[in-house]
Design a protein around this ligand. Structure first.
Ligand code: UT7
Length: 322
């Protein structure tokens, strides 16, 4: 049986950092409110002329070097994002071209904050089916470009960035189990009201901004994430005590704490980047993974649970041995 395994990681964060104190000057908010309600202290903001593919290129180059592979080996590119460069061509093809990757399947998929987990799960299936030997999988967002900077309900939450992993076949797992879910009944709790086939004329106007009923999203997120984490471990026959690390979607420290509590996991075993990155949507999990590998906390051979939740709602988890 062939499994898939992450053999390299990378991340890119835009240069510009915006602190909570910077936000105090723009909207009626405070560092204290943002820190205590969300855990966010600062976030990176993409430059005006920078795109999602630009960030992905940087993250991918780091992951390729980390994996010790040549670009010519890559035969699959999947990007989870809700903020691609263009409507088409899909951003994965732009990245493929910019990196000089040979012709191969290259596509993006949109599952909001769960985008990377969906992308990684898809790559796992390609590899286990024998249809890919070396996948570049990314989660990336220029989400601040969609932001209404006068809306304190949302503008204090998000940040930009890109995370990348290289995934290859392996005799040993690797990715042990992947679980995806979605329930469209919640579509009105978190959405962006403009798309190519609906209300496109609103793009760039005051009506185009992230719409979120935060406290309702919060409740479903806590319930769903706790449930999917426990379910993933149960299906894999892994006890909670065996888990070395939880790498959750970095939307809100309170959601993360509630999930860890439900899992009976001390916060020392949880990777947190929400304070430095904010909510970077599809980029949050791969960037947190990269942070924790590079600072030496997450080590080869350890058991890691990654999970995410986002608009749709969508959700997903991946249990893996690094
Ligand atoms: O990543 C995808 C999934 N997204 C999420 O998981 C986000 C889930 N939701 C959340 O993280 C939280 O609901 C928020 C952080 C968005 C909001 O926290 P909350 O504790 O649910 O606050 P709330 O929306 O119930 O608002 C409480 C109060 C309100 O004032 P009143 O009505 O009590 O007077 C808001 O107007 O806080 C006020 N408020 C703010 N105050 C200062 C809302 N935003 C701000 C702000 N600064 N930025």
């Amino acid at each position: 049986m062939t499994y898939s395994r992450i053999v390299g990681t990378g991340r890119y964060l835009p240069e510009r950092v915006m602190t909570n104190f910077d936000l105090e000057k723009i909207v009626d908010t405070s560092d204290e409110w943002i820190r205590t309600r969300t855990g966010v202290e600062r976030r990176h903001i993409v430059a005006e002329d920078q795109t999602t593919s630009d960030m992905c290129i940087e993250a991918a180059r780091v992951a390729i070097e980390d994996a010790g592979i040549d670009v010519s080996e890559i035969d699959l590119v999947i990007v989870g994002t809700t903020s691609p460069d263009l409507i088409f061509p899909n951003v994965a093809t732009i990245i493929q071209h910019k990196l000089g990757i040979s012709p191969c399947p290259a596509f993006s998929l949109e599952a909001a904050c769960t985008g990377f987990i969906y992308a990684l799960t898809t790559a796992d299936k390609f590899i286990r089916a024998g249809d890919a030997k070396c996948a570049l999988v990314l989660g990336a967002e220029c989400i601040t470009k969609l932001m209404d900077w006068s809306d304190r309900n949302t503008c204090v939450l998000f940040g930009d960035g890109a995370g990348a992993v290289i995934v290859k076949p392996s005799e040993e797992p690797g990715l042990i189990s992947c679980h995806l879910g979605a329930d469209g009944q919640y579509k009105d709790l978190l959405y962006y009201p403009v798309g190519p086939s609906r209300d496109l004329a609103k793009a760039g106007t005051d009506e185009a901004s992230i719409m979120m009923t935060g406290n309702e999203v919060f409740k479903v997120a806590v319930k769903t994430l706790g449930g999917i984490a426990a379910e993933t471990l149960e299906k894999a026959g892994v006890a909670q005590s065996e888990l070395d690390w939880l790498i959750p979607h970095q939307a809100n420290i309170r959601i993360i704490q509630a999930t860890a509590k439900r899992l009976g996991l001390p916060m020392e075993k949880v990777i947190l980047t929400v304070q430095d990155h904010g909510n970077t949507s599809a980029a949050s999990v791969p960037m947190a993974l990269d942070v924790a590998i590079r600072d030496g906390r997450v080590k080869k051979g350890q058991l890691v649970l990654m999970e995410a939740f986002g608009g749709g709602f969508t959700w997903g988890s991946v249990l893996m041995r690094l």
